[in-house]
Write a protein of this length. Structure first.
Lengths: 644, 158
């Protein structure tokens, strides 16, 4: 229905114009070129180095300066002409290389700083040592040992004064005492033993002609220098990050050049001409032909019949109002080219189910307003589409909620009285109370399910008729539709029409269609017994359809979930208001805001998922298989910027 | 307190506890997988958290059933606690079982599916929606359990 018609084409042109023709194709962005994707990797190689350089520079800036991050979503637009004009100047500045150099410098500085700081930590306790460090480490007849010992064990060292040794306390910190011990070389071993017994831990100090104090001064100076360097690098990076836009521009430009060169590297046909084959939407063919013939009169666009087994790529085309629903279809995957686009078919069902699943008029309003505001601010196309869908969802929720739900968990009668007539209108509109008439909503949910299942079968019937498969259309689809409707009518006739004519007629139709199904469903079999057997067995499918319909009971369950949670939030809020004096109002307000926002978030997610699932499992299975390849025209792609 | 009331409270407690355990285990299984992916690519946090909370709904469903029981017997909502017959208490206790049992088991299994889905988000983030749908398939049965529990609780006349 709204899958774009595709035409296989071959474009033939002169080799000397190849570059220009490819530029035109990229500008128009209407043709998907075969093999282009697979050649991307090899032919793009010369550009890869530049692209990855800019990419890593941009990523680094994004991580270092959080405000850069927002770039692409709220980003600026730029026209292609402008882009091309700027790119040369910007590229000359080699900003990306500079960023990478600075990044390395920053890392070096950080490493140096860490080294110096730990060195300083180590030396700090030894400040009082008056000797140059060299002197301590050198070996004379007296050997110096430096180290640390727990204070309470100091008394164990008394013993060494009887040996040829002495120690001096240099520094105390917490439980630790820093000592320098002087030992005669002869008695080194004995002294060491005493020291070890006293839990002495030796610390070796660096070798240097300076004293510890002088050494520390040196380190401080170096540290200052390193920090200055780091700050300088940081400042320069910050100033570049203000112009991250320029980096993105170069990145995106080269990305486009890369894909163009990939297309250019597709093997040419002859010495003087090149050929590109691919797919174009039928409606774009004329436009493409006109542009080609006016700019490159020697080029030729030939329309081809697709080869056996060749499948056209799929592009969905929908009315702007329906487009947001493509997000739902895409989660499942695209339909095959030969199938129909389920997007417009599912749209009404999806949004109604979504509304019933949330089912609170107040939440609906809140959701619609939030989605509208965000959608107005964000420029990213995918996010915008999703927000539009949520906006519809909000409106549907408002409608469903005012008929069979509450207002932020309250009855409509508790709407503020100044609304007057509007309030009365909503009170009258809400003719089902979900908490009391639960069964009514269950019946509504199941009938909607039945409706969608029958609708799905009808779509399948349409496809069979369109493809000229009349036998299957009548015996597999139409017969089943009649069978299911008569079965349902028979089932509800007692409750709705008090039996009578409807019951009698539907019973006859049901029996007749069941008999026909038994006779025809086995028509593929050769053996007469098997024919009949699989005919009877096919009636078992009824159970499948029944479980499909029952699956829609989730609409009721999810709707109840929302209203009960909303009710609980209000209940807790009221309890805090009454329980806590004065401050109670503040807590009540907080509980109401946080609670309802939580409830909306959880239920929007749940409703979206479950409403989608009903489309995928219960609806799509009736008429489509899916698995179409998406139409990816060769165009000016961009990663960071929006290019007009 | 009558034995009937005690049984109703047991029902509410089972609904919250069992379904809550199911969700807690499920969310933790999913969370472990998601954390693994986040170490590789912290930007995927937003998509992953969506996947992680999916098995958390069972706990909410248990909570709902418990609150409905509490409203029914008058523990919540003013009006005072009602006189609960022994048989009524049993009825409420039994009504809580669908959501309690299915919540416990489906929560754990949904967690496993969500954890597997984390791999989809890791390797093909653009297909993350499919991971969510897979996990939601398991949840269907918890929804049905809740539905029946709620209908049963409403049906018990006091």
């Amino acid at each position: 229905m709204s899958i774009a018609k595709m035409q296989k084409v071959m474009l033939i042109g002169m080799n000397r114009q190849k570059r220009l023709v490819i530029d035109l194709l990229q500008e128009m962005g209407v043709m998907q070129i075969e093999e282009a994707e697979s050649l991307q990797t090899t032919a793009g190689a010369p550009y890869d180095a530049v692209i990855s350089e800019y990419e890593s520079a941009i990523t680094f800036l994004m991580q270092t300066f959080p405000k850069v991050e927002k770039g692409p979503v709220f980003g600026d637009c730029i026209s292609y002409v402008e882009m091309k004009k700027c790119v040369k100047d910007v590229f000359k500045k080699k900003l990306a290389r500079r960023v990478i150099v600075l990044e390395r410098e920053l890392a070096n500085a950080r490493e140096a700083e860490n080294g110096l700081t730990s060195e300083m930590e180590k030396l700090l306790p030894w400040q009082e040592l008056p000797l140059p460090l060299e002197y301590i480490s050198s070996e004379h007849s007296v050997i110096y040992i430096t180290g640390v010992i727990p204070k309470e064990k100091l008394h164990l060292l008394e013993g060494i004064s009887s040996l040829q040794a002495a120690y001096e306390l240099v520094h105390e910190r917490g439980e630790d005492a820093y000592l320098i011990v002087a030992v005669s070389r002869k008695e080194l071993e004995q002294v060491k033993e005493v020291l070890t017994n006293a839990s002495f831990v030796p610390i070796s100090l660096p070798v240097s002609p300076r004293t510890v104090k002088e050494e520390l001064a040196e380190i401080r100076k170096a540290l200052f220098e390193v920090r200055r360097r780091r700050e300088e690098a940081m400042r320069e990076l910050a100033s570049i990050s203000e112009r991250v836009f320029e980096l993105m521009l170069v990145h995106d430009y080269f990305m486009q050049r890369r894909s163009a060169s990939a297309v250019a590297s597709i093997p040419g046909a002859t010495l003087y001409t090149f050929a590109l084959s691919g797919w174009v939407k039928k409606k774009d063919i004329d436009r493409l032909k006109r542009r080609l013939s006016s700019q490159f009169p020697s080029s030729l666009l030939i329309e081809l019949e697709p080869a056996e087994g060749e499948v056209a790529p799929v592009a969905l085309e929908n009315h702007p109002l329906v487009q947001p629903f493509e997000s739902v279809t895409r989660i499942y995957g695209l339909p095959l080219y030969s199938e129909v686009d389920p997007t417009p078919l599912l749209s009404v069902f999806f949004i109604v189910f979504f509304g019933i699943c949330i089912g609170d008029a107040g939440y609906g309003l809140a959701l619609a307003i939030a989605a509208a505001i965000l959608g107005w601010k964000i420029r990213d196309a995918g996010a915008k589409r999703l927000l539009r869908l949520l906006f519809y969802g909000g409106i549907a929720t408002f409608a469903a909620g005012s008929i069979l739900g509450g207002w932020f968990g309250f009855e409509p009668s508790s709407l503020p009285p100044f609304l007057g007539g509007v309030r009365d209108f909503f009170i009258r509109l809400r003719f089902i109370d979900p908490m009391r008439d639960t069964l009514k909503i269950l019946v509504i949910a199941l009938s909607m399910g039945f409706l969608q299942v029958i609708f799905g079968l009808s779509v399948s019937l349409y496809i069979k008729l369109r493809d000229g498969d009349y036998v299957s259309a009548i015996f597999d689809k139409l017969l089943w539709i009649i069978y299911l409707i008569s079965l349902a009518l028979f089932g509800v006739s007692k409750a709705l029409f008090h039996g009578g004519e409807v019951r009698r007629i539907s019973m006859y139709v049901f029996i007749a269609s069941a008999a026909l199904l038994v006779l025809t469903q086995g028509r593929g079999r050769k053996n007469l017994l098997l024919k009949f057997g699989s005919g009877v067995l096919s009636l078992y499918n009824t159970v499948g359809y029944l479980s499909d319909v029952l699956s829609y009971s989730r609409l009721l369950a999810l709707g109840l979930t929302t209203s009960i949670i909303a009710m609980v939030v209000n209940l807790i809020a009221q309890m805090t208001k009454e329980g806590i004096p004065i401050l109670g109002y503040i807590f009540m307000f907080l509980i109401l805001v946080v609670g309802h926002i939580f409830n909306i978030a959880v239920n929007v997610l749940g409703s979206f998922i479950h409403s989608s699932r009903l489309q995928f499992v219960e609806f799509f299975s009736k008429f489509m298989e899916g698995g179409g390849e998406e139409f990816r025209p060769f165009k000016r792609d961009s990663k960071y910027l929006l290019i007009e | 307190m009558t034995t009937g009331l005690a049984l109703s409270i047991l029902g509410a407690a089972l609904a919250v506890a069992l379904a809550g355990i199911g969700s807690a285990v499920g969310v933790s299984i999913a969370g472990e997988a998601c954390a693994g992916v986040t170490t590789e690519d912290p930007k995927k946090f937003g998509r992953l958290i969506l996947l992680q909370v999916l098995p958390g709904t069972q706990g909410v469903y248990g909570l709902l059933a418990a609150i409905m029981i509490m409203l029914n017997v008058g523990i919540l909502g003013g009006g005072g606690i009602k006189e609960i017959q022994l048989s009524t208490g049993f009825e409420l206790l039994l009504s809580s079982l669908p959501v309690a049992i299915v919540g416990l088991i489906s929560g754990i299994y949904q967690g496993k599916v969500a954890a597997a889905g984390a791999a989809i988000v890791a390797k093909r983030p653009e297909e993350g929606g499919k991971a969510i749908i897979y996990a939601a398939m398991v949840e269907t049965y918890a929804v049905f359990g809740l539905l029946i529990s709620l209908l049963l609780i409403q049906g018990v006349k006091i």
